[in-house]
Design a protein around this ligand. Structure first.
Ligand code: NI
Length: 138
C-alpha cells in the first residue's frame, strides 16, 4: 500500500464561539478566536490517499486529477470565504479546525474513491503551531 499527499492552500475567516454562552464565557474559553468581528487564517490542507501503484503509470493517483477534485469539492467553496457564514456544509457547526476537517472528509471521501484510490487522512494546518489530522470514523 502506498500513500500520496496533495497540499492545497486557501484563506478563510471565522469566529470560534458558542452561541449558547455569554460573551464573557466565550472570551474565557476561546480568547481572541471569539472576536465578534471575525479573524482569518492562511490554511494549508493536506489530503492523503492510499492505494496500489498503477502498472502503466507508476502512480497511486493522478495528482492533477486529485488537485482538480479538491479544488472543486473544497477550495472553491471555502477560499476567501467566512466559515461561519458562507460555507453550506458547515452551517450551524463550530468552525474549529476539527469540525472543518470532518466536514471536508464528507465532501471528499466518495469523489476520491472514483479516482481509484481511498481517502486516508485529512490534515489542516490553521497556524504554524496548530494542526489537526483526521483519519475518518469516530
Ligand atoms: Ni481562528
Amino acid at each position: 500500500m502506498m500513500y500520496v499527499t496533495r497540499r492545497e492552500c486557501f484563506n478563510a475567516a471565522h469566529r470560534v464561539y458558542n452561541p449558547k454562552w455569554s460573551d464573557k464565557k466565550n472570551n474565557e474559553v476561546f480568547g481572541a478566536c471569539a472576536n465578534p468581528n471575525w479573524h482569518g487564517h492562511n490554511y494549508e490542507l493536506f489530503v492523503t490517499v492510499k492505494g496500489n501503484m498503477n502498472k502503466d503509470t507508476g502512480f497511486v493517483v493522478d495528482l492533477r486529477a486529485l488537485s482538480v477534485l479538491i479544488k472543486k469539492q473544497i477550495i472553491d467553496k471555502v477560499d476567501h470565504k467566512n466559515f461561519n457564514l458562507d460555507v453550506p456544509f458547515l452551517k450551524g457547526q463550530m468552525s474549529s479546525t476539527e469540525n472543518i476537517i470532518v466536514a471536508f472528509w464528507e465532501q471528499l471521501e466518495k469523489p476520491i474513491a472514483k479516482l481509484g484510490c481511498k481517502l486516508h487522512s485529512i490534515k489542516l494546518q490553521e497556524t504554524e503551531n496548530n494542526v489537526a489530522e483526521y483519519f475518518g470514523g469516530k
